[in-house]
Design a binder for this molecule. Structure first.
Ligand SMILES: Cc1cc2nc3c(=O)[nH]c(=O)nc-3n(C[C@H](O)[C@H](O)[C@H](O)COP(=O)(O)O)c2cc1C
Length: 414
């Protein structure tokens, strides 16, 4: 019987264990988690979401304070269009995080960065270009383009000296999105080095509508592989979303996938950025505690635990400090939802907003508990301790379970 370790992901001459830990913002897929994947011969992702605040926490910078000081005058203003990022500071935070991570890398695997187009930061093109350029300059092994179609992203970095040697991949949820990406980026005379096909059971934002349940990862993966074969394009395909056991992963590798991208199993690893008490919420969750809803102001549906403190929270929009979702016109749908509730309840001290959430503030504070569909199975991957809590796992344990397990079994920790 085959297992994941019988397969290898090949990039030219380089061979990797075909397990990629997906990017999880904001600093849920930490450098420590990504570095473990690389040490074990696979691929780990750091995330480039909200790096100025991540840098403040990790490297003792004060980017958020500086921005807040500059825009403090606007705190009571319902119009946030004036708030802009300092591109120099965005660049410095990317450089710090990527360089520090890459300096610590050991082993034969790779560390990639997940870069989301939907982080529009009130200047979508300029801020995305800075983030991509800096990641390349600071030595990242690869960039996974996420949360968006990225139709202009290759062109943005085609003059970077590393453009043709860094690994570049795209996340798609349909063949159509892939075809569009390839067509629009053809001008750069460069194909992606890998394609992540993310199905409807993934964590984070979904590339589907609220009819996500009608789609199936295996079908989309097959469509993408058939298309690539017909076009004689030899690009590794990496399915993601709901691949929970080594046997699940093996079945995708047997159908011709080159690797798998997984995330949810690692949310309860000690190297993961989620606070310990939040990890216990993930362990405890049952199937009915998980929903896909429309509270994210990005417009994409998002899967999360129903008891996430972010849901219904009516905090003041945090754009003066953060502002990552502000679109090219300085708008975010949470601001509108919040302003509407303030107007409807002028005497209320504590506003409640249910249709949208302040994604920046709540992701930064680990109050929006996004998760994959199979989060309710996490309790079966650990042991319950005497105090009733679940044992946090090591990333190595989870990684090796994917790599070596068979028969749909999950190895419990020592
Ligand atoms: C907590 C969490 C946060 C995530 N954040 C992101 C993100 O910031 N960007 C992204 O492209 N995907 C994100 N994802 C999706 C994962 O990278 C991955 O593709 C997917 O969750 C794999 O499915 P699985 O969790 O069922 O293994 C996130 C997933 C989880 C569980």
């Amino acid at each position: 019987m085959k297992r994941v370790d019988d397969f290898r992901l090949r990039f030219g001459k380089q061979e990797l264990v075909p397990i990629m830990i997906g990017g999880m913002g904001v600093d849920i897929s930490t450098a420590e988690l990504a570095l473990e994947a690389a040490r074990l011969g696979g691929i780990g992702h750091i995330s480039d979401a909200m790096l100025p605040t991540v840098a403040d926490r990790r490297y003792d910078t004060d980017f958020v304070k500086t921005k807040l000081t500059q825009y403090k005058y606007n705190l009571e203003n319902s119009d946030k269009t004036a708030i802009k990022f300092d591109l120099g500071q965005v660049a410095e935070s990317s450089r710090l995080h990527v360089q520090n991570t890459m300096d610590a890398k050991r082993g034969s695997g790779m560390v990639f960065i997940n870069v989301m187009e939907k982080l529009t930061m009130n200047a979508p093109k300029e801020t995305l270009k800075v983030r991509l350029d800096e990641a390349l300059s600071a030595g990242i092994d690869g960039v996974t383009l996420a949360a968006g179609l990225h139709l202009g992203s290759f062109a943005m970095i085609e003059n970077h000296p590393r453009f043709r040697d860094v690994k570049l991949g795209i996340i798609v949820s349909s063949l159509r999105a892939l075809q569009l990406f390839i067509r629009k980026n053809a001008r750069s005379n460069r194909l992606p080095d890998y394609i992540v096909v993310e199905g409807p059971l993934a964590g984070g934002h979904l590339g589907f509508g609220m009819d996500w349940a009608q789609y199936d990862l295996r079908t989309i993966t097959q469509e993408v592989m058939d298309y690539l074969k017909a076009e004689k394009l030899d690009i590794p395909v990496i399915p993601a979303g709901g691949i929970f056991t080594g046997s699940d992963a093996t079945s995708f590798l047997e159908m011709g996938a080159s690797a798998v991208q997984v995330a949810t199993r690692f949310t309860v690893a000690k190297e993961c950025g989620l606070p310990r008490d939040v990890q216990q919420e993930y362990f405890k969750a049952s199937e009915s505690d998980i929903e896909v809803n429309g509270v994210s102001p990005t417009g994409y549906p998002m899967r999360m635990l129903k008891n996430s403190p972010a849901i219904g929270s009516g905090i003041r929009p945090g754009c003066e400090s953060y502002g990552y979702i502000l679109d090219a016109n300085g708008k975010c749908s949470y601001i509108d939802a919040y302003n509407r509730e303030v107007e409807l309840h002028p005497d209320e001290k504590k506003i409640k907003v249910f249709d949208k959430t302040c994604l920046c503030t709540h992701m930064r504070n680990f109050k929006l508990w996004t998760c994959g569909h199979y989060t309710y199975k996490l309790k079966d991957t650990s042991r319950k301790l005497e105090d009733g809590s679940y044992q946090v796992l090591s990333a190595e344990h989870v990684f090796k379970d994917y790599q070596f397990s068979t028969d749909n079994k999950v190895a419990l920790p020592e």
